[in-house]
Design a protein around this ligand. Structure first.
Ligand SMILES: Cc1ncc(COP(=O)(O)O)c(C=O)c1O
Length: 358
């Protein structure tokens, strides 16, 4: 009976596939959990920012109180970080939350939204949930990198919303400014997901001042090391932020997350070390993987996509206690693997395990 009551979209929505957890893998393979190296979810390998840990401890005493509904202090701090006014900023329960508000704001049944696969799978889930049609404009695979297709410009004339990701997950490539500027000329809302922007140094946030159809979505889960508390934000014109704000839950960013994010923005030393570790580790992983005969794709993020010959590589690494991301859930064949950049020790353990497997 329940089947008949459900919205049709709910039946069609593809479930999100998260990275495997160390607890799960430890149980399955009989490996002590502390021996497991997780390089599957692009988390910060340095742990949480020390200032954020302190701030959350202090804030815990106030858990009986509701948080600031619009997170005024946090929006002020983000405003200084991104150099845009607080009125152009909306915060939420991770960037997933803001991506969802964008889908809800623009997409109705029968509308078209475009994505460039392989890309973050949540966009398709959101489009399907709205009853809209997902138009795919695939990235182009070149010898050592992926790139966005000029066909996006045509798609922008047909779609109501574009979900673009820069640097893109799982391929690591950047969106060229020339393509973005072309699509912004069309009558279409454009979401640029900058979850990994701190590792690339290339942001489109300044364009928000001049384009009221652009929404830049950002997160505290990656470079800022707060994936577990859930905090994200988006940047757009004041008018559009006003509409998106109407769709959010009244207290979508909880008290601990607000304090953690505020402190993480102050912890400049942690951010600097995180970005440096990723840039060095990314180069080491890319060079080493190439030496091992893999096809490696240029990355501007905190992970590296590579392709080997064996389709069972993620499983074989799992048996040695190393969790990486096989890319079949991204629609690639199972020889494509995404590995997050870890600490020096984690990168070394991954490379040793890989050599053993090969
Ligand atoms: C491209 C992209 N966007 C958004 C997210 C979700 O981030 P958050 O933890 O802020 O919800 C991820 C997580 O891996 C991601 O890869």
């Amino acid at each position: 009976m329940i089947d008949r009551l459900l919205r049709e979209e709910v039946r069609r929505v593809p479930g999100y596939v998260p990275g495997r957890s160390p607890t799960e893998v430890a149980g399955e393979h009989g490996i002590p959990e502390e021996r497991i190296v997780k390089l599957a979810s692009n988390e910060n390998p340095l742990g949480a920012p020390p200032l954020a840990v302190e701030a959350v401890r202090r804030a815990a005493e106030r858990m009986n109180r509701y948080p600031e509904p619009l997170a005024e202090r946090l929006r002020e701090a983000i405003s200084r970080y991104v150099n845009l006014p607080p009125e152009c900023i909306l915060v939420g329960n991770g960037s997933d939350d803001l991506l969802e508000q964008c889908a809800k704001a623009f997409l109705a049944p029968g509308d078209i939204a475009a994505i460039s696969p392989p890309t973050f799978s949540y966009y398709r889930i959101l489009i399907t949930m709205q009853g809209s049609e997902c138009l795919e404009v695939p990235l182009v695979e070149e010898e050592h990198r992926y790139s966005f297709s000029e066909a996006l410009i045509d798609a922008a004339s047909r779609a109501k919303l574009l979900f673009l990701c820069s640097p893109n997950n799982p391929t690591g490539n950047l969106l060229p400014e020339s393509i973005l500027k072309e699509v912004l000329e069309r009558e279409v809302a454009v979401v640029v997901d900058e979850a990994y922007v701190e590792f690339s140094g290339k942001s489109f946030a300044p364009l928000v001042r001049h384009h009221d159809s652009l929404i830049v979505v950002r997160t505290f889960s990656k470079a800022f090391g707060l994936a577990g508390v859930r905090a994200g934000y988006c940047l757009a014109s004041e008018e559009l932020i006003g509409y998106l704000a109407r769709l959010r839950q009244p207290f979508s960013l909880n008290l601990l997350a607000q304090e953690a994010a505020l402190a993480a923005l102050q912890d400049e030393e942690f951010l600097r070390r995180s970005v440096e570790l990723v840039r060095e580790g990314r180069k080491l992983l890319s060079d080493s993987l190439r030496r091992l005969g893999m096809k490696v794709f240029e990355s501007h993020a905190n992970f590296v996509l590579f392709r080997g010959e064996r389709p069972d590589l993620p499983e074989a690494l799992l048996r040695r206690g190393v969790i990486v991301r096989g890319c079949s859930s991204f629609g690639l064949d199972s020889r494509y693997v995404r590995v997050s950049v870890g600490t020096e020790e984690q990168n070394r353990r991954f490379l040793e395990a890989l050599e053993e497997v090969l």
